[in-house]
Every structure is written in C-alpha cells, then in structure tokens.
Design a protein around this ligand. Sequence first.
Ligand SMILES: CSCC[C@H](NC=O)C(=O)N[C@@H](C)C(=O)N[C@@H](CO)C(=O)O
Length: 600
Amino acid sequence: MIEFPKPDVEEMLQTVSIIDFAVSPDEKQFIFCTNISGKYNLWAMDLPNAFPYRLTFNNQPCHELLYDQEGRFVIAGFDHDGDENTQFYALKPHGGAMKKVVYQENTRNFSPQLSSDGERLYYSSSKENPSYLNTYCLQLSTGEETTVLEGSGGTTYIAEVSEDETTTLYYQFFSNTNSRYYARVGEEEILLTPPTEKEHTVSFAVLTSPTEVYLVTDYEADFSYLAKFDLETKTFTKVKEIPKEGFTTLIYDKENRILYITAEKGVEDRLYAYHLDEGLWGNMVIPCDLITKVAVAKSGTVYLLGGGSVQLGNVYKREGDKWVQITRNKMAGMAEEDFVAPEVVTYPSFDGLEIEALFYKAKEEHDKGEMILWPHGGPQHAERKSFNAIFQYFLSNGYSIFAPNFRGSTGYGLNFTKMVERAWGAGPRLDNIAALDWLIDQGYAKKGEIIVMGGSYGGYMSLLLHGRHADYFKAVIDVCGPSNLFSFIHSVPEDWKSAMDAWVGHPERDREKLIEYSPSTYIDQMIKPMLVVQGANDPRVVKAESDQIVEALKEKGRDITYIVMEDEGHGFAKKENEIAVFRQVLEFMEKYASKTANVH
Ligand SMILES: CSCC[C@H](NC=O)C(=O)N[C@@H](C)C(=O)N[C@@H](CO)C(=O)O
C-alpha cells in the first residue's frame, strides 16, 4: 500500500467557512455564504445535496440574508471590503444581476424585515440619524419610503413586524450590557420588561401571537432566561431558566408552535425546544460545539449551521430525531485527529476569581515549547470552541496557545461581563497576567519567552501587556487593536458613540483611568519586537490607532513591522490576505523562536 505524507501545515490555512444560510420556503433551495472560492460570495444548492452554484460575484461576505415568503427573491446585505456600510440588494434565487434596494454611500443599514406579502422592506439606517438610527418602510415596487421609528436616547433597531404590520418589535441599545425591547401596537409603545433603573439586557424577542411575545432577558438575573410578555394584560412572566447558562436567540416555528432556544454554557452552545401549548421543554442534542444559526422552514423543519474546535462549520437538517448534514465542508486529506482540540481549564486570578480558558497544546511531534497567549477580542465576547484555522496552523508549527476568558467575557453571566466596563486595562489585564503565572508555575512556559498575540480588544491587550509587563514576552503581535483609548472613543462609528461612556469611559470624568489603560502611555516600556496588522477600511478600530503606535515606536528605533491590508476591515474576509498575513506572522515568530528544548 502506498504511504502518503502527512498533510502539509500550509494546508491548515486553506480551510473555508460558511457564515450564513437561508432555506427557501418550499425547501427546494438553500443559499449560503461561503469563501469556498477564496472570497465570500453567495452560493446555492438545489436540495437535497446537489452541486453548488454561485449566485454573487461581488466577493463580499453577506451580512443579512432572507427569502421573500413566497421564495420569489432574496434580500442580502453587503458592505465593501470591510467598511461595514452595509447596503441591501435583491436578487433572484437562481442568480443574475443584483438590484440595489437600499443603497446610499457611507450609510450603515441594519435588520431588514420583509412584509409577509414581500411588498415592503423595513430596515434601520444611519442615513438621517447617524447616532441613534431611524427605521424606514420601503415600498419595493415604487421606492416610496416612510419613516416608522425615530431612534433617540439609544441606538434603535427594528426587530420584527407582525403579519398584519400593526405590531412592531424594536430595541434600544445603550451598551452591550444594557438594552430594552419595546412593542409598538398601533400608537402604543409597550416596554417588554418591568421598569427598573437596574441595567440589564433584552437580547431577543419574538411575536408568537398578536398578543404574546417571548423574550430573552437577564432582567433581575445574572444569566439570561426565557420570559413571556402579554401585550393585552401587560404582564411579564419568567418562563424558563437554566443555572449557569445564558439563553441567546429564539427561533419560532409557527406551524407547530415550538420555540427553539439557543444557549451558551461557557465555551459551548446548547439548543432547546419549547412547545408553547403543552409547556413541554426538551434538550436537543446538537452535532457541533457551537451554533452559528438556526432557521425553521415554513414546514417546521429545523436547519442548523454549526461547528466546533476540530470541526468545520456545516449546515444540518433535522430529520426525525437525527441531524442530516447537508453541506460537505471538510478539509480534504485531514481528519479531526489531525487538529488539536483545546482542553478547558480554570485558574485562579489575582483576587481569587476563577477564570476559564481554552488551552491548545501542540502535539508532541510538533511541540517546540513555544507558548502564545491569545487574549480574545470584544472584549465582551469569549474564546469558545470554534474552528480556528490560524490556531491549527500555529499548533502544527509547534506553538501552544492559551486563550483565557478574562473578566468581561460573555458566557459567565452579566456581572462577569460587566467587569471590563470602564476598566479596560484593570482586572482583565491582571487576569491575563495570572494566566501567564499559572502557565509558568505549571512548567508550560518560561517568563520572557512568551509570545502575546490578539485581534481587536485582544490587540489592545497585547499592546497593553507589552507596555506594562514586557518582561514576560519575547515578541508581540497586534491585529487592529486600539492603542489610545481617547482617540479610540472619538473614532468609532457614530452609532457606537453613545455607548462609549458605559463601555470604555468618559474622556473627562475618567481621564486618569483612560491614561492608565491606554497602551500609548507605555511606549517607553515597549521594547520587544512587534508586528502590527491593520485593515485600511476598519471602521471600529480605525487605521490611525495602529499608525500612531507604529509611528511612536519607529521614532524610538524599535523593531517593528507594520502590515496594512488595503481591502480589509476589522479582520480578514479574503483568504489570500489571511494566508499572506499569517505566513508573515509565523515567519516573525520563528525569528524569535527559543530554539530550546521543551520546558515541560
Ligand atoms: C459600544 S457599541 C457596540 C459594541 C459592539 N457591540 C456588539 O457587537 C461590540 O462589542 N463590538 C465588538 C465586537 C468590537 O468590535 N470590539 C472591538 C472594539 O473594542 C474590538 O477591538 O474588540
């Protein structure tokens, strides 16, 4: 028998993703957004499992995707090269030229909702109200438009319009840990949680009858739960909570009156079914660690997109009590065993708070005794069991990775998530340092030999750790991290600005803290080799954030490499860019590799 060589590590970078999907009302067609061609486009398959055909050629990831209820057309949202100015297009289900339906340059458009007859499109937009957004109703055949909601006080998004278009659900976003949902019934505005001064979130709501709304909230709780609001009697009732699990989204099966509920439990997801009339609650075993999306077709059939730490994202269809895989996204020539699954570990932080982390240990045959600390982005996000091609690439090159869910991360309750607010460089920084001390104590890493690398807030944290604790590291990699919290606060998208005080801090009231938490305060102490990567079109962490730190370090004569990706935004949407950058990151790390034997 022929003996084949082991997969080339370079192949790890070639994995592709599916980031969204929609199923036609008759379930004969399925549209999905994938970078199978190297760049994201919409593709379709005629079910079951036929050869995929390409629907779009604009080479942009879609941000929204919905079928008209009769399956006559699809609405999809695209921005341009990561600028996040999403515009809405209509396209025929079998392809052809796209029609611009909501298109105004330099505007941000969100949450498209089609009326049940497919004649009107409701959506929220920055075009006339950049801070708080307005919501419009667009007559698709004539282009006539009316304003249906004017945002004020908090960024205001439409969420759902009832079948008869008399009831609208919308929400006001004040910060990641403070939001409210409302129903507008005729002229009446109804708050869906009891009035309170205490900050909480309402992250999802769905109309299940003209008078009944189910919602996901953490009102008076640490973890979000399922609640119900009766629009007639104005009563709020807690329906179901699960200790230490936070419910995240609701998907309603109108045909069978079943509510599907996704939930997060630390680094994994769960799926539940709740039969509204019988009051029956059931746990559904899922074929993956994490759920990206659940959709229910008109018939009640459930579709799920999900993946895991050693499993690429795929779409599954529920048949009886089984999940049938309908896409075949796989790494040719590789099996799950070729990848490294993380260990879920916990360690005590400086004040005794327990921190959960994902620990990816390089396989013995690859291990070089190198350790990467990976603070995740957000910061109100988490490192979870998702497939990460870059992690697998570094692992096969002998680098272990430690990714802590420091305070501020999601998945551990509202109070834990709030701990990063106005404290960006306080507790979370020390949780990262506690992670390093734990690794050093256990013999997994050596002080001064660690690499720190992160994107977004993770890039910010890499810079800050470099500036304040340079003695732990030998090299630093920052991907689009804010470097100065004052300039960051002023340069984010307009519709984020009202949240910056609660999230990051106030430039005058919190001046001292913001100086202390800004990486730019510690330029003198940033003495280790550094690589900075930035997307030129990034609207969240603008290029000036990277330019200014690179400039300051260059002036000091430090060893600094700067890569700007001209056609990217906050992260990578194009495979060739991702591959080119992470090859360069590996080269950079190899330059400083210890060339010492294993430390453990
Ligand atoms: C404060 S307004 C909206 C914030 C936004 N909310 C939901 O998505 C958010 O938290 N965004 C982060 C994912 C994000 O982009 N963070 C950037 C900026 O800190 C990052 O660098 O991680």
